[in-house]
Unconditional design. Structure first.
Length: 126
């Protein structure tokens, strides 16, 4: 059952989260992730990050609906800019957490090579 489009009054975009299919890992598409945080995020921090992601998913679904409705290009571009800004902010939150936990722990354990990785990650975020 598809939800009806209901734009948020402030941003004029759909903020309801529609279900997004999650791919099931197989041997062909499995992503190898050898790193895990030693200090886990608090449940509250995880919840806040998931809320931010859900809002961005809602914004993207709103953009999709705008395309389907043949909305004005300028309006779509405005919403794209909003999603980009939200994603950039999300990245900075993750980066701050990484620097305050993972990087600090690695340096305390004598691994100064983590600094090179941190610099590369900062460059990736622009």
């Amino acid at each position: 059952m598809q939800e009806s489009y209901k734009p948020d009054e402030e941003t004029n975009i759909n903020t309801s989260v529609l279900s997004v299919p999650t791919p099931v890992p197989t041997s062909e598409n499995a992503v190898s992730c050898p790193h895990h945080k030693h200090t886990p995020r608090t449940p509250e921090a995880t919840h806040q990050l998931q809320n931010r992601l859900n809002r961005m998913i809602g914004q993207l679904n709103g953009i999709k609906k705008m395309l389907d409705d043949n909305r004005y290009c300028g309006d779509i571009l405005t919403q794209i800019a909003a999603v980009e800004s939200a994603l950039q902010s999300f990245g900075y939150i993750i980066l701050q957490d990484h620097l305050e936990t993972c990087v600090v722990e690695e340096i305390q354990n004598g691994n100064t090579e983590i600094l090179e990785e941190a610099i590369d990650l900062i460059k990736k975020l622009k």
